[in-house]
Design a binder for this molecule. Structure first.
Ligand code: HEC
Ligand code: HEC
Ligand code: HEC
Ligand code: HEC
Ligand code: HEC
Length: 284
């Protein structure tokens, strides 16, 4: 009898230990692909060999350093990806036969950047800015807002009074920034929730993708510079983000109730184990 009780109290303890595991959170290891930027071997980049050397005047010699600090550098977009030419052939590096296009004129810059940023070019060309640029050169081009060599990840802080009041009043720009920042805030909140869920080892990949799809669409929106369109779309995005947010909150409360239930089971098993142990003492 005593032996049986001792064995069963061991069994209880094993069960107690197993409860958190059995509670079974969606604990699927996230197979995040480590997206390491592979930076092109600089040894073979002859553009840099000359452009960092004393043959350049001081102002131009700064360009490679600015580029190295840029988001393009981190994503392996090099001199020749924008300017054309051949970084491996000193003699023909800057020849048109090797696709060298040199420095784009002010009005040519959007097409120059738009070979890669196709969707943004389209929005931009249809906008008040794009039309003004094409008609008489009065609109801002990509470089006006992003720079040419030290380009960073874009944020709505690019919209500021200093930059945006050069050609017109800041009023409309401010309204647009306000609409954009409401969506941005919501996206940040959701990203924070996802980070918390990841810390609790809950699988969130689908939610992630949905946020990033929404984010990608949202972030090209600015270039239409159409205040009422941005406002309408902002309402639309906020609605969609609200759905994701609700889903995440649902997961949080499910987690809470599971946690409470595990604690409840734990207490019961501990109680039973102690009872079993005391009984085994009493009857052995
Ligand atoms: C052998 C040295 C050398 C190499 C290699 C070289 N450059 Fe140059 N580059 C120069 C010099 C010198 C100038 C400035 C004098 C001039 O404008 O001709 C220049 C000017 C430029 C300009 C400005 C042109 C203009 O119209 O003002 C660009 C853009 C440029 N280089 C890009 C590149 C790119 C991209 C590569 C690599 C594919 C490259 N360079 C490779 C020496 C070089
Ligand atoms: C993302 C595209 C991009 C990349 C990458 C890039 N450039 Fe440029 N570069 C431009 C643009 C756009 C201009 C015209 C700047 C303007 O309109 O103010 C320019 C201008 C220049 C000029 C002329 C500057 C002047 O003041 O006349 C030189 C020289 C040059 N780039 C060299 C380089 C070199 C060398 C690299 C690599 C280290 C490089 N660029 C990488 C886009 C790029
Ligand atoms: C009047 C200023 C302005 C001009 C002109 C402009 N941009 Fe932007 N761009 C912005 C702002 C502001 C953002 C950030 C928007 C946001 O976060 O909602 C941005 C965002 C971006 C992004 C990031 C979008 C994403 O998907 O994450 C890229 C890429 C970009 N711009 C490229 C360009 C190119 C290429 C051009 C020229 C065809 C251009 N921009 C012209 C202000 C400008
Ligand atoms: C050869 C293709 C190529 C060209 C040309 C190019 N870009 Fe990019 N650009 C990229 C890649 C790749 C990235 C990194 C991926 C990303 O962030 O979207 C990037 C990122 C950016 C970003 C940051 C996007 C973000 O996530 O916030 C901006 C802003 C940008 N580019 C602006 C420009 C501007 C302005 C020009 C012209 C002066 C230009 N690009 C020319 C390929 C290019
Ligand atoms: C180089 C000059 C220049 C700069 C810098 C500039 N804009 Fe503009 N902007 C224009 C021109 C030209 C128009 C078209 C004429 C108009 O509607 O006033 C315009 C129009 C607009 C419009 C109204 C578009 C429409 O069709 O209703 C908005 C909104 C706007 N800009 C926002 C901005 C913001 C935000 C910035 C700063 C990130 C900025 N602008 C920087 C020249 C500029």
């Amino acid at each position: 009898m005593g032996k049986f009780l001792r064995q069963s109290s061991v069994l209880f303890i094993v069960l107690v230990l197993a409860v958190p595991v059995l509670a079974g959170y969606r604990d699927i290891a996230s197979n995040a692909i480590v997206n390491q930027a592979v930076v092109e071997s600089e040894i073979e980049n002859l553009c840099l060999t000359c452009h960092e050397s004393a043959m350049m005047d001081e102002k131009r010699r700064k360009i490679p350093g600015e580029w190295r600090a840029s988001w393009h550098f981190q994503n392996d977009v090099s001199c020749h990806n924008c300017h054309g030419g051949d970084p491996q052939d000193a003699a023909l590096a800057m020849s048109p036969e090797r696709g060298f296009v040199g420095v784009p004129k002010y009005q040519r810059v959007p097409a120059f950047c738009g070979t890669c940023h196709i969707g943004i070019l389209k929005n931009y060309l249809a906008s008040g800015h794009g039309r003004a640029l094409m008609e008489n050169g009065s609109g801002p081009n990509c470089v006006t807002c992003h720079g040419a060599h030290n380009i960073q990840k874009a944020t709505i802080d690019i919209i500021n009074e200093n930059r945006c009041s050069q050609c017109h009043s800041y009023d409309r720009a401010k309204e647009m920034k306000h609409a954009l920042s409401r969506t941005e805030q919501k996206i940040e909140d959701i990203e924070a929730s996802i980070t918390r869920l990841k810390a609790a080892r809950v699988f969130t990949e689908e939610e992630d993708k949905e946020v990033f799809r929404t984010l990608a669409e949202f972030r090209t929106l600015f270039h239409v510079v159409d205040v009422s369109l941005v406002k309408d779309k902002t309402d639309d995005y906020l609605k969609r983000l609200g759905v994701i947010d609700k889903k995440l909150q649902g997961i949080f409360s499910e987690l809470d109730s599971r946690r409470n239930f595990s604690v409840f089971l734990l207490l019961i098993f501990v109680g039973m184990a102690i009872t079993g142990y005391l009984l085994s003492k009493t009857y052995s």
